[in-house]
Design a protein around this ligand. Structure first.
Ligand SMILES: Nc1ncnc2c1ncn2[C@@H]1O[C@H](COP(=O)(O)OP(=O)(O)O)[C@@H](O)[C@H]1O
Ligand SMILES: [Mg+2]
Length: 395
């Protein structure tokens, strides 16, 4: 069928043609923002889920919701090789400048800018010049100790006060939070603790892989009370059907029920896979309705597409022993697996591969769903590994 009109949108962060099965999360976000606007305590939350379930898409939707309410909102993505201050400073600066421009001169907003300036000055040595500009003088002694865990809360508080002074709300959205270092995560949690104690209008909406929950709890035990952790998972069969059928129908085309059922089965309801199957099946079909045979005929194209765009993304950067560890996991199936069983497949002691396992967790490839258990952070990753590395080579 006409490729130009293909509605499906496989790819990290791509807005899907139909956002199926996420109303509960959107409602939660709406209610959190509404409470913040009303000056009520609004509990920040972290979207938790595997790769490809639609966390980034949801963060972008929530960003739009905040902007529709005329809030000051910004979305950033954490990286393994970027420090939190570097990541946040440009956004915080933009938020404060926005608050500054809303109305007449306001001393609380100006103070916010001065605190940010002193924070930027204190971390200059570590991260280089981070321009705040505007000839603002730093607020000496606030947010400039050089210790992130005491400075970031000062900065957050100053921004929260500035937002309150403008009767506005600040929404900070941070993706891939599992990549923050422990002290950064701790600083972020302490910052939100301060905001919550003072009931300031600043909301944090994060997203991350399942290890984020444990990382936060280890960082600060009260994190579990400070935040909600809504899970984002695979779509139910009925939601998956909506995700497939609606985009086709909106283009004035049709798809056979048997084709939809097969796509639900092969994708296991995972949004990234649904988009990819939908996309390839549309292209494979000569005419409407898309048939079960069309879906069957595009399997090779789907796997190629997924291997290149989804599975391989971070895989290529792994070391040989890390790849080998993953491959041993795949030998056992989809998982989760006992660490001892994985070590048995590799014919080594558990302790000797513990560093490899830890670095794979840090790199976001695997996580520990329960003590001693190990699971992939990407659904169907075991199948990819068996395609990539048909045999587990002896060392
Ligand atoms: N609710 C949904 N229904 C259908 N497709 C979705 C849904 N959420 C996300 N997608 C699709 O899934 C893919 C992955 O989304 P993304 O937000 O990048 O996932 P994550 O950030 O969790 O890895 C994208 O192609 C997106 O269009
Ligand atoms: Mg994402």
């Amino acid at each position: 069928m006409d490729r130009v009109r293909n509605p499906f949108a496989p790819g990290a962060g791509n807005q899907p043609p139909e956002l199926a099965g996420r109303q509960a999360i959107l409602d939660r976000a709406d209610y959190t923002l509404a409470r913040a606007e009303a000056g009520r305590h609004a509990k920040s939350f972290m979207l938790i889920g595997l790769r490809g379930v639609g966390k980034t898409v949801l963060l972008n939707r929530i960003l739009n919701m905040a902007q529709d309410r005329k809030f000051r909102a910004l979305l950033v993505e954490a990286h393994e090789d970027k420090a939190l201050p570097e990541l946040l400073l440009p956004s915080l600066r933009q938020i404060l400048l926005g608050l500054d421009q809303i109305g007449r001169l306001n001393e609380t907003v100006k103070r916010g800018l001065r605190v940010l300036k002193s924070f930027a000055t204190s971390i200059k040595v570590k991260y280089g010049e981070l321009e705040i500009g505007l000839g603002i003088e730093p607020e000496l002694g606030v947010g400039d100790s050089g210790d992130l865990e005491s400075d970031l809360p000062e900065v957050f508080a100053a921004i929260g006060e500035a937002a309150k002074a403008r009767a506005s709300v600040v929404v900070l959205l941070i993706d891939e939070l599992q990549y923050l270092e422990e002290n950064e995560l701790s600083a972020l949690i302490m910052g939100m603790h301060k905001i919550s104690q003072r009931q300031l209008p600043l909301v944090l909406v994060g997203a991350g892989l399942p290890q984020l929950v444990g990382n936060m709890g280890r960082s600060k035990s009260y994190a579990e009370r400070l935040f909600e952790f809504p899970m984002v998972g695979a779509l139910s069969p009925s939601d998956a059907a909506v995700a497939i059928i609606e985009p086709v129908r909106n283009e004035g085309e049709r798809i056979a029920k048997s084709a939809v059922d097969l796509m639900i089965e092969t994708s296991q309801g995972y949004p990234y896979f649904i988009q990819t199957w939908g996309y390839e099946a549309w292209n494979a079909a000569a005419k409407s309705p898309i048939s079960k045979r069309d879906v069957e005929s595009c399997e090779a194209a789907v796997l190629k597409n997924l291997d290149e765009s989804f599975f391989r993304v971070r895989f290529d950067r792994l070391t040989a022993s890390e790849k080998r560890y993953l491959r041993a996991m795949a030998e056992l199936g989809a998982g989760p697996h006992r660490s001892g069983d994985i070590a048995d497949v590799l014919d080594v002691k558990v302790q000797s591969v513990a560093p490899t396992r830890n670095s794979l967790i840090r790199k976001g490839m695997i996580y520990s769903p329960a003590h001693g258990d190990t699971a992939f952070t990407g659904p169907l990753f075991d199948q990819f590994l068996r395609r990539q590395m048909p045999r587990l080579d002896p060392k």
